[in-house]
Design a protein around this ligand. Structure first.
Ligand SMILES: Cc1cc2nc3c(=O)[nH]c(=O)nc-3n(C[C@H](O)[C@H](O)[C@H](O)COP(=O)(O)OP(=O)(O)OC[C@H]3O[C@@H](n4cnc5c(N)ncnc54)[C@H](O)[C@@H]3O)c2cc1C
Ligand SMILES: NC(=O)c1ccc[n+]([C@@H]2O[C@H](COP(=O)([O-])OP(=O)(O)OC[C@H]3O[C@@H](n4cnc5c(N)ncnc54)[C@H](O)[C@@H]3O)[C@@H](O)[C@H]2O)c1
Length: 479
């Protein structure tokens, strides 16, 4: 077996693994990265990028149709084939040459194959096209292997060849009828995308839509999906699934009703990619989410470090937040703390310190690219109350802002600010409406910066923009 030694070995070249490796190399260490599929990971080829490509053209079309003058210039329908072609180009036709050349330019060595920890600080790489190699890490091994779609234990589902988010993101044809099991982010985005592309979509949302967000979010998204022709079935649960000879999928619900479709997409959450990464060799349970300390070192079931703390986990695999930007934020902290420990620098693990990912618990921004878009950061009112905060909730109708009236005819939206009354700072912010995604970062800065409300009065939104909702929320709160 061939062997090589690096300061750091990263398993998984998704967005998170790539950023860890880049950060340690920038800090003066050497790094190898192991990837079994495509460099760039789930996000680049089967998640964030292709799904947003499926959504973007219809968002632009809808925006044009909401404006007299532009509306008259739109003479046809969405060209689904052109949307799929653009999606193919956004994912570089599922090739990773571009990302591999970036790795090379960043000074990171790529090993293609399955990475498995074989003992302390060593990773064995086996792949179809490469000789088995044993990689030894002088300082740290980082698991950044991400997550895969979870399938529920529903009778017949496996044999019915269901779509997961991968097939939905990479489909080469638009199914005539699409049934979706789930009511979360993937379900609502893909219902929006495929309804826009021409499918007759049925959403089977056992627990409701987007239930982790403020309650008005799920209500507005459900209403808008229904207006777009989607059958949104709340409290509907699949009991069994079968696919017959002509390809039709039959979903029998627990109440006995049957839903027929050409494809069924399962979108009920994720499972960690830890089944085959050698966890059993170091006393951890294969297939489990990895628990980490504040500087993202892996802990065992008893809460102890692995050995002297050589093993880290970042991104989806540690289940803190399953979002690319937040995983990359963890990657910067992990990369920097590995360099600090390797070079004897002080570790800054105080809240908001350089080597911790404090925002994971306090200020996670997320945009759901449905129609209307949902943009949120920090705590919902319910989560803030559950955390013991004394809060005040301020709501405002986004349509009542001059900028919204200009933005689109019939603009509908809503904004909510959750204020911690003890400290008079914002701890949560949610916007629902067309094009609210780009408004979110102001709220993230206000929350992370803990900007006092009295100072926010001096942050004047330009007229006439939708951002004027900030002023309206402050006025509603009172000075
Ligand atoms: C449909 C969908 C849409 C999404 N949209 C968004 C979005 O708009 N915005 C957002 O922020 N997030 C989005 N997400 C979440 C986002 O995709 C993930 O949070 C992100 O990909 C996590 O990055 P990661 O590097 O941790 O894992 P991944 O991207 O999963 O990368 C892990 C890599 O590790 C490799 N790997 C795994 N095990 C091994 C092994 N043993 N050896 C070698 N290689 C291995 C895998 O092949 C993969 O390339 C979406 C998710 C889904 C499913
Ligand atoms: N725009 C974005 O930021 C974006 C887009 C897509 C995905 N993502 C990320 O990907 C992750 C996965 O998304 P997801 O939609 O699969 O998960 P999710 O956690 O968002 O939603 C899962 C949904 O499935 C339901 N559910 C769970 N078990 C079920 C069962 N047995 N039967 C029926 N319904 C069941 C839940 O009630 C929930 O509505 C998310 O955590 C999210 O962070 C982000």
């Amino acid at each position: 077996m061939e062997s090589a030694t690096y300061d750091v070995v990263v398993i998984g070249a998704g967005p998170v693994g790539e950023n860890v490796a880049d950060r340690v190399v920038q800090g003066g260490l050497t790094a190898a990265i192991v990837e079994r599929e495509l460099v760039g990971g789930e996000c680049s080829y089967w998640a964030c990028m292709p799904t947003k490509a499926l959504l973007r053209s219809q968002t632009a079309l809808r925006a044009a149709r909401q404006l007299p003058g532009a509306r008259e210039a739109v003479t046809g329908e969405l060209d689904a084939a052109a949307v799929l072609r653009r999606r193919d180009s956004i994912v570089s036709h599922w090739t990773d040459d571009g990302q591999v050349s970036w790795l090379n330019s960043a000074g990171i060595t790529l090993y293609r194959g399955q990475g498995r920890i074989s003992s302390d600080r060593t990773v064995e790489v086996t792949g179809a096209d490469t000789a088995p190699t044993l990689l030894t890490a002088r300082h740290a091994v980082v698991i950044a292997t991400g997550s895969s779609a979870l399938l529920p234990d529903v009778s017949g589902l496996g044999e019915a060849a269901p779509w997961t988010s991968r097939e939905a993101a990479a489909a080469s044809q638009v199914p005539g009828r699409l049934a979706i099991i789930g009511g979360g982010v993937v379900a609502t985005e893909m219902a929006t995308a495929y309804a826009g592309l021409g499918s007759a979509v049925t959403v089977l949302a056992r627990d409701g839509l987007l239930t982790r967000a403020e309650p008005f979010v799920g209500e507005q998204v459900a209403q808008s999906l229904r207006e777009a022709g989607v059958s949104v079935r709340l409290a509907a649960e699949a009991a069994s699934v079968s696919r017959d000879g002509d390809g039709t999928v039959h979903i029998t619900l627990t109440d006995g009703e049957q839903v027929d479709a050409d494809e069924v997409l399962v979108a009920i959450g994720r499972t960690p990619n830890t089944q085959d990464v050698g966890l059993d060799r170091i006393g951890l349970k294969p297939g489990a989410w990895l628990t980490v300390d504040d500087t993202l070192r892996v802990l065992d079931d008893a809460g102890a470090l692995i050995g002297d703390g050589w093993l880290y986990a970042a991104g989806d695999v540690n289940r803190r937040v399953l979002l690319t930007h937040q995983g990359k934020y963890q990657a910067r902290a992990v990369g920097d703390v590995i360099v600090a420990r390797a070079t004897g620098e002080a570790v800054d693990d105080r809240p908001w310190g350089r080597h911790v990912a404090t925002a994971d618990a306090r200020a996670v921004p997320q945009v759901v690219f449905t129609d209307p878009e949902v943009a949120s950061v920090g705590l919902t009112a319910a989560a803030a109350k559950a955390a013991g905060l004394r809060i005040r909730v301020v709501d405002y109708d986004l349509a009542a802002v001059a900028g919204s009236t200009l933005h689109a005819e019939g603009y509908q939206g809503h904004a909510r600010m959750v204020v911690d009354e003890e400290r008079r700072v914002i701890v949560g912010f949610t916007l629902v409406g067309p094009d609210v995604a780009e408004l979110l970062h102001a709220a993230t800065i206000a929350i992370v910066g803990e900007v006092p409300l009295d100072r926010l009065w001096h942050a004047v939104p330009a007229y006439p923009t939708v951002s004027e909702v900030w002023l309206r929320l402050l006025e509603a709160y009172g000075r």
